[in-house]
Write a new protein. Structure first.
Length: 236
């Protein structure tokens, strides 16, 4: 009895010219794209990018960087986490006050690149990270108050410094006549003792002789700084 033999199967066709091998070395179809794949979950599409962070420790600092590739979700989660940490860890040093804003601007560029990606394609080896809350909803955003407080303290100090006093400003002497400690105050304040009626860039009280209403001269000579304030006493 004869047994019918099935015809031999057709040999696999060669992949199109220019096609790259798929996973496991299998021939890739014309629409296959091998990567890059997210470093955390293996999803695609992903993009090459680097997320950065900064830590300041008064006289020391640390520069943190985490290179990709990242899918949209894992990259966004990483940007939010490292930027949030920098918001409260990155200000504690003079140089860090300058470096930390630059770090955050670099993360902004990375985030703009990530947000252009579509959602991760299902079926990856891992699960994309939850992106978490936006930065403005995280408590670390209060770290922005640190540089604002520093700037405010500098501005306040400059406003009180008699070196920057102008004619018409009022001052208070919390020291003595022989050892004055002069600061600029609001003219409506009860601490206001004198009004500045003249100012000269020389450190000698004789300059105030040219100002008829001047009663007292306050002069300072400190390094390259020298000036004289001519003062008139305020009546309370």
């Amino acid at each position: 009895m004869s047994v019918p033999v099935p015809p031999p199967s057709a040999a696999p066709s060669a992949p199109p010219a220019g096609a790259e091998p798929g996973p496991g070395g299998a021939p890739a179809g014309p629409g296959f794209h091998p990567g890059p794949f997210c470093r955390f979950c293996g999803s695609m599409p992903a993009v090459e990018a680097t997320v950065r962070g900064h830590q300041g420790f008064l006289v020391m600092m640390r520069f943190l960087r985490l290179p990709g590739p990242f899918c949209r979700d894992c990259g966004t989660a990483t940007v939010r986490r490292m930027t949030a940490n920098s918001l409260w860890q990155g200000w504690w040093g003079i140089a860090s006050m300058v470096i930390n804003p630059v770090t955050m601007l670099m993360n902004l560029v990375t985030w703009l690149k990530l947000r252009k990606l579509p959602a991760p394609v299902p079926g990856a080896p891992g699960t994309p990270m939850p992106t978490g809350r936006p930065l403005y909803l995280r408590p670390q955003v209060l770290g922005l108050l640190v540089p604002l407080a520093v700037v405010g303290a500098i501005v306040y100090g400059v406003q009180q410094d008699p070196e920057y006093a102008a004619v018409g400003d009022c001052v208070h002497n919390s020291g003595t006549t022989s050892s004055p400690d002069v600061s600029v105050v609001d003219c409506g304040s009860s601490d206001a003792d004198f009004r500045v009626v003249g100012r000269f860039s020389t450190s000698t009280t004789s300059a105030c002789k040219a100002v008829p209403e001047a009663e007292v001269g306050y002069w300072v000579e400190k390094g390259s700084t020298s000036y004289t304030l001519c003062l008139a006493r305020l009546a309370h």
